[in-house]
Design a protein around this ligand. Sequence first.
Ligand SMILES: C[S@@+](CC[C@H](N)C(=O)[O-])C[C@H]1O[C@@H](n2cnc3c(N)ncnc32)[C@H](O)[C@@H]1O
Length: 211
Amino acid sequence: MSHTPRELFDELAEDYETMRDELDWSPFEHVQCAFKDFPLQNKHILDVGCGTGEIARLLQKEGAHPFGLDISPEMCMTAAERSENIPFLPHDLNEPLPFEDKRFDAIIALGCLEYLPDITAVMDEFCRVLKSDGLFLGVFERCGDDCPDGNTRVVTFLDDWKRYRLPETEIHQMMRARFENCQFDRVHGFILEDTGEHTQYVRVIARRRPS
Ligand SMILES: C[S@@+](CC[C@H](N)C(=O)[O-])C[C@H]1O[C@@H](n2cnc3c(N)ncnc32)[C@H](O)[C@@H]1O
């Protein structure tokens, strides 16, 4: 039987933070890198694919007002139980974002866009809800000759879970068409189950293109 990301992450919610450590996936270094020159005090920050809310709590400690979205109601519930005064809303990123234009100072998308078969529409939505000088931080799983699965764009993980990869040039084009001042870095993702190799990601820190 095939599982949807929602079903799988619902099952993983309770133990996600332990599993994240074991797989060597650390979202925190990306947050530190993106926000080192961006004062967080009173900033409204959307964290999509927020999981158990670890990043949101980190941002709140720095004085920001985070808002978490995740397709998994169990993840949202776990995040709410472990946090205080942070909203977490179940929402599928394949659907339009439930926010007015220019609502957020920054958007974070870490470890979640690879579960969407097509991210074109959600990238447009990110631009819509970001303020004119807003900052976007995301990681995109990449494929390529130097990656463990080569140029394969769709891989299965944990038996029947699909993850979608993009060639690096497509990631650059997609971002440059929507944002200005894009900064791209190659980074490692988590350890692949069988091979022990790390998945390959591109980290993007970008400013919204003023409309
Ligand atoms: C690997 S976890 C990453 C959690 C956190 N951002 C981190 O970096 O540790 C991926 C999260 O993305 C969420 N997710 C997957 N597909 C999604 C979708 N279509 N819409 C919203 N969230 C989604 C999952 O439920 C899960 O909580």
